[in-house]
Ligand binder design. Sequence first.
Ligand code: ADP
Length: 194
Amino acid sequence: MLNIVLFGPPGAGKGTQSERIVNKYKLVHLSTGDIFRYNIKQETDLGKLAKSYIDKGELVPDQVTIDMLNAEVEKQVNPNGFIFDGFPRTTTQADALDKHMISKGSSITMMLSLHVPEEELIKRLLLRGKESGRSDDTDENIIRNRIRVYNEQTAVAANYYEMQNKYHQIDGIGTIEDIFERLCQIIDKHSTIL
Ligand code: ADP
């Protein structure tokens, strides 16, 4: 299996690039943000819980997120691999993901981290808020809090993959196509199953 963790701060372009990677490499896309938003729309218990954190720009608690993600992984029958988008966001989640993949006789192949400067992120998120109406993208204070949470709690998760020599940083500035090309080059170079 080819299992990719797509990493980066809010607004780095993970969703946009995931779509393209999924089409090219036929992977299953698991976005924790998308799954939470689906649950919020359906007004499930999980959705109600997640909303109370997302509205403040905070992380949903680890165990809730890990259990949900593991259940989504288990739903797939004979996948080619996964692209994890928005997960793991803490070292605890990274460790849980490794353990879950190992229990399936698999592993994480690589982490691809999109690098985008903070002011550019804020610009992109405010624009997305206007277009999509995503409530966590319309308020600059919530956006700044998400970026702070990323810097304080999430960025360290990269070390987890660096220590395993699985970490790759990609410049996330440029056209969507240019960035996709950069990602594909690294995927092709470091994966054996194509
Ligand atoms: P973005 O990357 O633009 O911040 P996402 O759609 O990935 O947006 O996530 C939206 C929100 O969902 C996050 O701000 C957070 O509150 C919650 N969330 C998503 N993934 C996780 C996770 N792995 N752990 C905890 N909370 C999460």
